[in-house]
Design a protein around this ligand. Structure first.
Ligand code: UDP
Length: 470
């Protein structure tokens, strides 16, 4: 009988930092059933229903240990989201340490894998003699931009967006403008930027970084990251790791209603509009988007949220306010034959896999990006926060599967621009090209995890390394 290998996993806080690393864990034990995973779940309060659904359906060789929730009153108020996420983890460290201590008496862990927003937990690898890995749930391009900043921080001054050589040429990557780097890099004197550099410094010291991407979409950046002499840790491209339709909850009234509405529409006729698990728009932008959708005359399915001046307002705390009351007056009545507006949340995987959906207006979160690739749906790329602008550059300029809107000086995308983009995507020659490019990515995405697929081979290398240690 094959010897068991035990791996400890620490996700970040929040649904979109929990489910990717769990999906990765599932994939790992599926390909290598002698691996046993213990997952230490930090939280900021009660878990969302989608998080609970995923945790209830884990295979028997993945155990989860729920850490005592961190009280938000113990966190400094008014600090940026990414700092809150990391501080929540820091507060959870003593309980992870305690749990590991009692578990290692019976089963020593070979490796520790932490989410990229849970790097505080990496210290535990030394304490318990484990190899250390970061699960980076984003693109290789984003990781490359991080290492670029780490390297050039001391050599350059001023903001990245003002550097004389724009766009920035990072080995293997699509050229990127400084303004499209991750949010935290937009103000180099901010606390967020300092935190980012500290995180990157830790990334460079681990035994490996597992990225949720795959060779076929980011060959250049993945190979450049692995180049000898780069000083980077080993990089393993193990994606695309996404939720399957059968795993997502779909039995609530909203979900059933929007899926049955899609059943009645023509093939590839509907534009799906969603800004991820927590993206929000200002009231002015909601008005423009609504009127742009109406003006386009195309069918739409829009997951709407209450307005906020903060683009990530709904990320950690869902609002109870009915978002439909913020739509322009008469909009719902006028568009009742043209579209459907779903409040706050919709079954995205089922929507993207539905034959009626022909386009996706997305905030370019990396999970949404991989999900849309796996289903071959071309995009309007409308980034809001975090590293979403970097993803938008990769999608629009690198892979050529999306159209990026022009933001007016006041930061708003206007209704006419929105309507034109929708028409180009859904009916034009440009849209046809994007659709064809996306079809190729769909094939590549669906092959990466086949028996001889690129990501399957990479996972096997990793598992072999661990086996040799047991
Ligand atoms: N999601 C969903 N329904 C929604 C909004 C989001 O199922 O109405 C899921 C989506 O399928 C994706 C995740 O939430 O898996 C969002 O992750 P992403 O990385 O795209 O964006 P984030 O939420 O981190 O900004």
């Amino acid at each position: 009988m094959e010897k068991s290998i035990h791996i400890a996993v620490v996700p970040g806080v929040g649904y979109s930092h929990l489910f990717p690393i769990l999906q990765f864990s599932k994939l790992l034990v599926h390909h290598h059933p002698y691996i046993h995973i213990t997952c230490f779940i930090p939280s900021h309060g009660s878990l969302s229903s989608d998080s609970k659904t995923i945790l209830q359906n884990l295979p028997s060789n993945i155990n989860s240990i729920f850490l005592p929730p961190v009280d938000s009153k113990d966190l400094p108020q008014g600090v940026p989201l990414e700092i809150q996420l990391q501080l929540t983890l820091t507060h959870s460290l003593p309980s992870i340490h305690q749990a590991l201590k009692s578990l290692t008496l019976r089963t020593p862990f070979v490796a520790l894998i932490v989410d990229s927003f849970a790097i505080a937990a990496l210290d535990l690898a030394k304490d318990f003699n484990m190899l250390s890995y970061v699960y980076f749930p984003s693109a290789a391009t984003t990781l490359s931009t991080y290492f670029y900043m780490f390297k050039h921080d001391k050599e350059t001054s001023g903001e990245y967006r003002d550097l004389p050589d724009q766009p920035i040429q990072i080995p293997g990557c699509v050229p990127i403008h400084g303004r499209d780097l991750v949010d935290q890099a937009q103000n180099r004197s901010s606390e967020s930027y300092k935190y980012l550099l500290q995180r990157i410094k830790r990334f460079r010291l681990v035994d490996g970084i597992l990225i949720n991407s795959f060779l076929e979409i980011e060959k250049g950046s993945i190979e450049a990251l692995a180049e000898e002499g780069s000083g980077n840790p080993l990089v393993y491209a193990v994606g695309p790791i996404i939720q399957k339709g059968t795993e997502a909850s779909k039995d609530d009234a909203n979900s059933l209603e929007c899926l049955s509405w899609l059943d009645k529409q023509k093939p590839s006729s509907v534009l799906y509009v969603s800004f991820g698990s927590g993206g929000t728009l200002s009231q002015e932008q909601i008005d423009e988007l609504a009127l742009g959708l109406e003006l386009s005359n195309h069918k739409f399915l829009w997951v709407a949220r209450a307005p906020s001046s903060l683009a990530n307002a709904a990320y950690l705390s869902a609002s109870d306010v009915d978002p439909l009351q913020f739509l322009p007056s008469g909009f719902l009545e006028r568009t009742k034959e043209q579209g459907m507006v779903v409040p706050s949340w919709a079954p995205q995987i089922q929507i993207l896999s539905h034959s009626s959906v022909g386009g996706f207006l997305t905030h370019c979160g990396w999970n949404s990006t991989l999900e849309t690739m796996a289903h071959g749906v071309p995009l309007i790329t409308w980034p809001l926060f975090a590293e979403q602008r970097t993803n938008a550059v990769l999608l629009s300029e690198g892979l050529k599967v999306g159209l990026r809107p022009r933001f007016h000086e006041n930061g708003i995308v206007e209704r006419v621009e929105i309507a034109e983009l929708i028409k180009s995507l859904m009916e034009g020659e440009v849209g046809g090209k994007l659709r064809n490019n996306m079809k190729e990515l769909k094939e590549a995405a669906n092959s990466a995890h086949k028996e001889d697929g690129s990501s399957t081979k990479t996972l096997s290398q990793l598992a072999l390394k661990w086996r040799n240690l047991v």
